[in-house]
Design a protein around this ligand. Structure first.
Ligand code: FES
Length: 106
């Protein structure tokens, strides 16, 4: 049996909480726009075997927008389309993680 396989499988938190919630949420930090932007950028560049998926809460809310890329399990904190550009062009296109955007332990 052949299994699906990706070079990179990206999950971007899309969780939304009510305004004023103590933990905040990635949705309020623009996660929906950043997901759409990443998908279109990956498609435009023709990066093969790379899947961008919505995720529920990844339990890194205070450090969001939370992104994790498998198979290696690299965590990023992104804030802008410029951050997405860097991740797509370096990590997803060349396999080189963007150290300046890595999520740090809370
Ligand atoms: S709301 Fe995004 S990690 Fe929890």
């Amino acid at each position: 049996m052949t299994q699906p396989s990706y070079n990179f499988h990206v999950f971007i938190c899309q969780n939304e909480r009510p305004e004023g919630h103590s933990r905040g949420c990635c949705h309020s930090k623009g996660s929906s726009h950043l997901l759409t932007y990443m998908k279109s950028k990956v498609k435009a560049l023709g990066i093969p075997k790379t899947r961008i998926n919505k995720a529920g809460c990844l339990d890194q809310c205070e450090s969001g927008v939370a992104v994790v890329i498998y198979p290696e399990g690299t965590w990023y904190q992104i804030k802008s389309t410029q951050d997405v550009d860097q991740i797509v062009e370096s990590h997803l296109q060349q396999g080189i993680p963007v150290t300046s955007l890595l999520m740090t332990e809370r």
